[in-house]
Design a protein around this ligand. Structure first.
Ligand SMILES: [Mn+2]
Length: 336
């Protein structure tokens, strides 16, 4: 089914000339890497390509975009571009609501819309879907599209680097589910085509500011356990961000710390925002964190989900989430 979905979109890349690519708010390595890879490839075909995102990319990912192709969406400057483009490609999200301020323009555009993604429950807004919930990452899907369209030689070193970054970040450096022999052979091919694993690892994981390390220290001190040690949670409030001079994106991946505790099956990071609260949820095995996220207006994968809520206080939100989490851990509690 995936193959026929891929085949169905290939003619778009030859028939049309103008492309706009976008990904979700707070773009991550998978969204940005996938956009850049697809943009580089389309540009190599002589196409006009723009990448427009609600948020500017975190500084960490700027090395992927030396030609500064990625632009932050400004309605006054870019609404016409979205209205007038031939093809709109939405990557690494399957819901226009996740495009932030771009949602109205994308929804209203008469361009052919393509959604390339690996999350659950796609919304119906696109003309074409290349969606595989079993894929490790959107980067993996973009790799399949490019290699189906062209011989593998079409993957330039810049494309290989962007796709390697997408897959590495979305699989927690090749640790999570959906990492199988086939994915490793894709990754092997990307290395053969110029992705440098040591270099990309350093660019992504060894660029912390001193403030971010201090924020991690303060965050780890908030560690709390619930449900007989099955659930671990950490909390960041606005004062901690201010004290350490950090921002929301500095908290990325902090959920790995509660998840590294022996016996913990689910982990939550609570983050106080200016106007509400965000939570990042992680779990192992069958514990459906996407269901817990849904109760609070969010979503995601079974083992990695999240939600943002406006106009709620940190403490009451935490209380409600921790109470609601219990039923998803019941099966695990019985096993003990
Ligand atoms: Mn992804």
């Amino acid at each position: 089914m995936l193959n026929s979905a891929i085949k169905a979109i290939l003619p778009l890349f030859t028939e049309h000339n103008r492309f706009v690519l976008s990904t979700h708010v707070n773009p991550d390595g998978d969204g940005l890497g996938s956009e850049i890879a697809l943009a580089e490839w389309l540009q190599s075909k002589g196409k006009e390509v723009h990448i427009l995102n609600h948020d500017a990319p975190p500084a960490l990912y700027l090395f992927l975009d030396p030609h500064k192709v990625i632009q932050q969406y400004v309605h006054a400057d870019h609404a016409d571009m979205i209205a007038g483009t031939d093809v709109l490609v939405v990557l690494d999200t399957n819901h226009p609501g996740r495009l932030g301020s771009m949602e109205p323009a994308v929804t209203a555009s008469r361009a052919v819309k393509v959604c390339i993604d690996h999350h659950l429950d796609p919304a119906s807004f696109a003309d074409h879907y290349v969606v595989d919930q079993e894929a490790s990452s959107t980067g993996e899907l973009v790799y399949r599209i490019l290699t189906e369209a062209d011989p593998p030689e079409a993957i330039s070193p810049a494309i290989a680097r962007a796709l390697y970054c997408a897959i590495m970040t979305d699989t927690g450096s090749f640790r999570y589910s959906h990492v199988d022999p086939e994915l490793h052979s894709i990754v092997g091919d990307l290395i053969a085509r110029g992705a440098d694993p040591g270099n990309i690892y350093r660019e992504i994981y060894e660029q912390w500011s001193p403030g971010r390390i201090r924020l991690l220290g303060e965050t780890l001190a908030t560690l709390d356990l619930a449900y007989q040690g099955l659930l671990a949670h950490i909390t960041i409030d606005q004062a901690m961000l201010r004290r350490t001079g950090t921002v929301e994106s500095d908290t990325d991946n902090f959920t790995i710390y509660p998840m590294s505790i022996q016996g913990v099956e689910a982990g939550i990071l609570f983050l106080e925002l200016n106007d509400g609260v965000k939570m990042s949820l992680r779990s192992r095995a069958e514990i459906p964190m996407n269901e817990l996220a849904k109760e609070f207006g969010g979503g995601g994968h079974r083992n990695a989900a999240g939600a943002r809520m406006q106009n709620v206080g940190l403490e009451s939100f935490k209380r409600d989430v921790l109470r609601a989490a219990g039923k998803y851990l019941q099966h695990e509690q019985r096993k003990q």
